[in-house]
Design a binder for this molecule. Structure first.
Ligand SMILES: [Mn+2]
Length: 331
């Protein structure tokens, strides 16, 4: 990893450090933010974490009592922090727009040194120091690499290692995606040697479901799963009315598209979710089958070969009909 000493020097000489990450935080954005926060603490400095919006409930535990200021709830505080910062970490995102249109202008106008550490493709040129490695499974792994490459492994402890383990775990689908390498397993082993309690992390993250969440997921699979057998495609969908009926909260349908993908003979799974006047779409695929082409060509989206997103601005029925029309060209 390059730039490591430059980053450590920046931390050691900074007066006000701010850690940011992308909108709709996931395990890796929270994990890399918390890991970096505790690493900065271990270097004898302080930092403030400023995210666009709230940490999802299922990983709230990973904050361990540390406060994350959010732009949606603490707008002035976040603006002031960005303006006064002389060092700003941009973790797990590749462009200022990923902060959302409300917060992004305040990152762009901030004058502090910006350091991006990220693993998404095609980064924008918006920082002073960029660590961008799209071949690495997670930003949390890159934060570990920074700690190791800068000769600071002696500082690694449970507080730093636990959120990094979380980020690697969630961004690799619990260590199964092809983005994970033997190097990742070596890092996981190192985290365990430094006191990380892996079974407690899995339990805290995955064994805390609400009954409404389980019933909503069961409903979608029982009533809303459609198999396009000839194409090896599975479709699931959910309306706002259904989400409300099951007292939906953010994150309740997270990963459900992978349940559809788990079906025998299925290579592509698509999840259509009604949200206000738009339909949010998640595409997933196995192996060599790519979904980013279709997502980009027809649903204003894109992403990775096996995991893409998209959106549509006609009704749910119309969107699914449109998908079925174009799908045979791709699959
Ligand atoms: Mn990530």
């Amino acid at each position: 990893m390059k730039n490591t000493q430059e980053i450590i020097t920046a931390i050691k000489t900074a007066k006000n450090i701010v850690i940011t990450s992308h909108r709709s935080p996931d395990g890796d954005s929270i994990g890399s933010s918390m890991g970096m926060y505790h690493f900065i603490k271990a270097l004898g400095k302080n930092a403030k974490i400023c995210h666009p919006d709230k940490c999802p409930d299922f990983i709230e535990w990973a904050k361990g009592g540390v406060r994350i200021a959010t732009f949606e709830d603490n707008e002035q505080e976040v603006k002031d922090a960005l303006q006064n910062a002389d060092l700003i970490f941009c973790l797990d995102y590749n462009g200022a727009n990923r902060l959302g249109k409300e917060m992004a202008p305040f990152l762009e106008s901030a004058t502090g040194t910006k350091v991006m550490i990220d693993h998404h493709l095609d980064p924008d040129d918006f920082v002073d120091i960029a660590v961008s490695q799209s071949d690495v499974c997670s930003t949390s792994q890159l934060v570990y690499e920074l700690i190791e490459a800068s000769g600071n492994l002696n500082l690694l402890n449970q507080a730093i290692g636990t959120p990094l383990y979380l980020g690697i775990m969630t961004d690799t689908g619990s260590f199964r995606y092809s983005s994970l390498t033997s190097r990742t397993h070596e890092i996981l082993a190192s985290l365990l040697k430094h006191g990380v309690k892996h079974s407690e992390i899995h339990e805290a993250t995955f064994d805390n479901n609400r009954i409404d969440k389980l019933k909503l997921r069961a409903h979608i699979i029982a009533e809303r799963l459609e198999l396009l057998e000839d194409l090896h495609v599975a479709i699931i969908s959910v309306t706002e009315e259904e989400l409300e009926r099951f007292n939906h909260i953010k994150g309740d349908t997270e990963g459900l598209v992978n349940v559809a993908l788990s079906m025998e003979g299925v290579n592509v799974a698509v999840f259509f979710r009604e949200s206000g006047d738009m339909i949010k779409i998640s595409f997933r695929s196995k192996g060599d089958v790519a979904v980013n082409g279709l997502a980009g060509d027809h649903f204003q989206g894109g992403g990775h070969k096996n995991a893409s997103g998209g959106a549509s601005f006609v009704s749910l029925e119309e969107t699914i009909k449109n998908f079925k029309e174009v799908a045979p060209k791709y699959f």
